[in-house]
Design a binder for this molecule. Structure first.
Ligand code: ADP
Length: 259
C-alpha cells in the first residue's frame, strides 16, 4: 500500500523536532495529571506512549488537539507555539494535527464521504470536488471504496475506525495522534485496523504519537517508546530497550502486567 507522494510533503533528510513539551503541568481539581512534563518528538518519528491507566497519556494527545489546555508550560508544534498562543496561531498549528479517537467520533448524520470531506472543505477551504477526490482515494486506501454513501451506523466498528483514519489523513496532517484506536473494537476487528496503521506508518513520513495497550503493535511501529507514570516520562528508548531491558521498576511492573 502506498499513499500518494503528496502525503509526504517534506524531505526525510530534514530531521527536526516537530513536537516539544516544556515543563507542562495540568491539574483536574486536586488531581495533578501532568507534572512539569518535558519531552520532544522528531519529525517523521513514531512514538508510543505507554503506562498505567490515568497516567496522563490521553491528556497529552488532547492538548495537542487543543481539546485541553495546560495550566502552565510551553507546547510547541513545528517551531510555533500552541500554548501559550493566541487563538489564531493555535488554529493554524492545529491544522497540522489529526487525531483518531477510541470511539471513532464520526458525524452520525453524514455519509462516509461527507465525514471525510467536511473538514478539508470547511477548515482548509478545499474545493468540494477536490475534497471528494481526496476522500475517494483515501477510502480506496483503507479498503472501503464502496462505502462512500453509507452512514456510520451501517458500518462495523472496524470499518468506522477505518473511515476515522481516512478522515484524519484527509487533512494531510504532519502529526497523527492515535488514542487507543482499537480498544472499542470487537477482538476479531482489531488486527485489520492495526495492519492498516502499520502500513501507514511504513509507507509515509507522518509523525505519529500513539497511545495503545497493544504492545506488539507498539513494538512494530515505534521508533521510540515513552513510559509514563504519575504525569512524567520515567523512561524512554527504542522498543527493544523498553520491552527487553527496562531500567525502571515501574516499567518492569507495568510490562509484567500487560504482556
Ligand atoms: P491515561 O490516558 O494515561 O489513562 P488520562 O490522560 O485519560 O490518562 O487521564 C489522566 C487523569 O486525568 C485521570 O485520573 C482522569 O480521570 C483525569 N481526567 C482526564 N480528563 C479529565 C477531565 N476532563 N476532567 C476531570 N478529570 C479528568
Amino acid at each position: 500500500m502506498r499513499l500518494p507522494s503528496s502525503y509526504v510533503p517534506w524531505s526525510a533528510a530534514l530531521s527536526s523536532e516537530l513536537i516539544r513539551f516544556e515543563n507542562v503541568s495540568k491539574r483536574f481539581g486536586e488531581n495533578t495529571v501532568l507534572d512539569d512534563l518535558c519531552f520532544a518528538v522528531e519529525e517523521g518519528k513514531h512514538v508510543t506512549l505507554i503506562g498505567p491507566s490515568g497516567s496522563g497519556k490521553t491528556t497529552i494527545l488532547r492538548m495537542l488537539m487543543t481539546l485541553e489546555r495546560p495550566d502552565s508550560g510551553v507546547i510547541q508544534v513545528n517551531g510555533g507555539r500552541l500554548y501559550p498562543a493566541d487563538e489564531k496561531q493555535r488554529r493554524e498549528l492545529r491544522k497540522k494535527i489529526g487525531m483518531v479517537f477510541q470511539q471513532f467520533n464520526l458525524f452520525p448524520n453524514m455519509s462516509v464521504l461527507r465525514n471525510i470531506t467536511e473538514a478539508p472543505v470547511r477548515v482548509l477551504g478545499l474545493d468540494k470536488d477536490e475534497a471528494e477526490q481526496r476522500a475517494r482515494e483515501l477510502l480506496d486506501l483503507v479498503g472501503l471504496a464502496e462505502k462512500c454513501d453509507a452512514r456510520p451506523a451501517q458500518l462495523s466498528g472496524g470499518q468506522q475506525q477505518r473511515v476515522a483514519i481516512a478522515r484524519a489523513l484527509a487533512m494531510r496532517p504532519r502529526v497523527l495522534l492515535l488514542d487507543e484506536v482499537t480498544s472499542a473494537l470487537d477482538p476479531e476487528l482489531v488486527a485489520g485496523v492495526l495492519d492498516l496503521l502499520r502500513d501507514i506508518a511504513r509507507s509515509t513520513d507522518i509523525t505519529m504519537l500513539c497511545v495503545t495497550h497493544e504492545m506488539n503493535f507498539a513494538r512494530d511501529i515505534s521508533d521510540e517508546v515513552f513510559m509514563f507514570d504519575s504525569g512524567k516520562v520515567i523512561e524512554s528508548g527504542t522498543p527493544e530497550k523498553i520491552f527487553s531491558e527496562p531500567e525502571h521498576e515501574r516499567t518492569r511492573d507495568f510490562l509484567g502486567a500487560v504482556l
